[in-house]
Design a protein around this ligand. Structure first.
Ligand code: ACO
Length: 323
């Protein structure tokens, strides 16, 4: 059977680093409050010349290089983002053009912080359905552009960045020992819209708007939703938490990550945490965390990886893959 196998990975971060202390001059907050409630110590913030498309392009080029491929080898680009360069065209098409790619197809997926998990699942279906053989799956965001910099309850939480994977059609025998995507489970429920949303858009206010969040409400739902969908994906794949080599969750809040790992029975040392350096980079957070753990040698070929994310909508999902 066809399996969608990861053959390349790359990431990109804006040059400017903003530490928690930098907020102490702008809003009523402290480094200590931010670390204690979220685990975040710093985040990267894009300058005007750094955009979702430029960060996505840089991550994509690095992923292609690590796969030993050229843009000409790719037949599909799926970009997960909620901060496109323009309302349209899709930023994936912009990235396609920046890569000098004039064949194949490119489109954006919008599922906020769960975007990468949704994009990866979509790419897997394209590959297994025989409609693509090599796909660039990118998560890229400039959430700093959506923030209300006077709202201390949200502006300290987010950062900018991008991560990308090359997914290629490979051979499998249908067992969990196969390399590639083994299971995926996606969910959404729009009744939670008011808990996390952007208060603008082309069809309503004709503006971009700002991110609004009832943090405590999001927190309340997060752990249960994340662990439910992970347990569903375990059931589909026929594996248990003990089999997981690395848990690479969406990086929103250290307390949510640790509570989820504990509830699932995943040991602390198997959890990849980058929220301390990147903040919450929405759809970029999972591929950024993957690229950190792959670059420092933790993730090795053959490891079983659990990815999850939850975000605005709400949307949430999990993917199990063997590296
Ligand atoms: N600095 C100092 N004080 C602050 C700050 C800040 N930056 N922000 C809020 N406070 C204050 C509040 O005003 C409140 O003060 P009050 O008691 O006088 O009213 C107090 O701190 C406690 O506020 P809470 O909101 O109850 O704090 P909580 O412990 O819930 O932490 C947080 C807030 C970090 C936002 C937490 O609720 C959280 O992480 N929620 C989940 C958010 C999340 O993960 N979102 C992303 C998921 S989806 C996605 O990624 C898009």
């Amino acid at each position: 059977m066809i399996r969608s196998t990861v053959t390349g990975i790359g990431s990109a971060l804006p040059k400017r680093v903003m530490a928690n202390q930098d907020f102490e001059h702008i809003i009523d907050t402290t480094d200590e409050w931010i670390i204690q409630r979220t685990g975040i110590r710093q985040r990267h913030i894009a300058n005007d010349d750094e955009t979702t498309a430029s960060l996505g392009e840089e991550a994509a080029r690095k992923a292609l290089e690590s796969a030993g491929l050229e843009p000409a080898d790719i037949d599909l680009i799926i970009l997960a983002t909620s901060t496109p360069n323009n309302t349209f065209p899709a930023t994936a098409v912009d990235i396609q053009n920046r890569l000098g790619m004039h064949h194949g197809a490119a489109f954006d997926v919008q599922a906020v912080c769960s975007g990468f998990v949704f994009a990866l699942t979509t790419a897997d279906l394209y590959i297994r359905g025989g409609m693509a053989r090599r796909v660039l799956v990118i998560g890229a965001e400039t959430f700093s552009r959506l923030l209300d910099w006077e709202d201390r309850t949200t502006c300290v939480l987010f950062g900018d960045g991008a991560g990308a994977l090359v997914l290629e059609a490979g051979d499998g025998v249908g067992l969990t020992s196969d390399r590639g995507v083994l299971a995926a489970k996606l969910r959404s429920d729009g009744c939670h819209k008011s808990k996390l949303y952007v208060d603008g858009g082309p069809s309503t206010t004709k503006t971009v708007g700002h991110l609004r969040m009832q943090g405590r409400e999001v927190f309340k739902h997060a752990v249960g939703m994340i662990t439910d969908v992970i347990e569903d994906s375990f059931a589909v794949a026929g594996i248990s938490a003990d089999d997981i080599d690395w848990f690479v969750p969406h990086q929103a809040n250290r307390r949510i990550i640790e509570a989820s790992a504990k509830k699932l029975g995943i040991a602390e040392e198997k959890v990849v945490i980058t929220v301390d350096r990147h903040g919450n980079t929405s759809a970029a957070s999972v591929p950024l965390a993957l690229s950190v753990a792959a670059a420092d040698g933790r993730i090795k070929q053959g490891d079983l990886i659990l990815l999850e994310a939850m975000g605005g909508g709400f949307t949430w999902g999990a993917v199990l893959l063997r590296w």
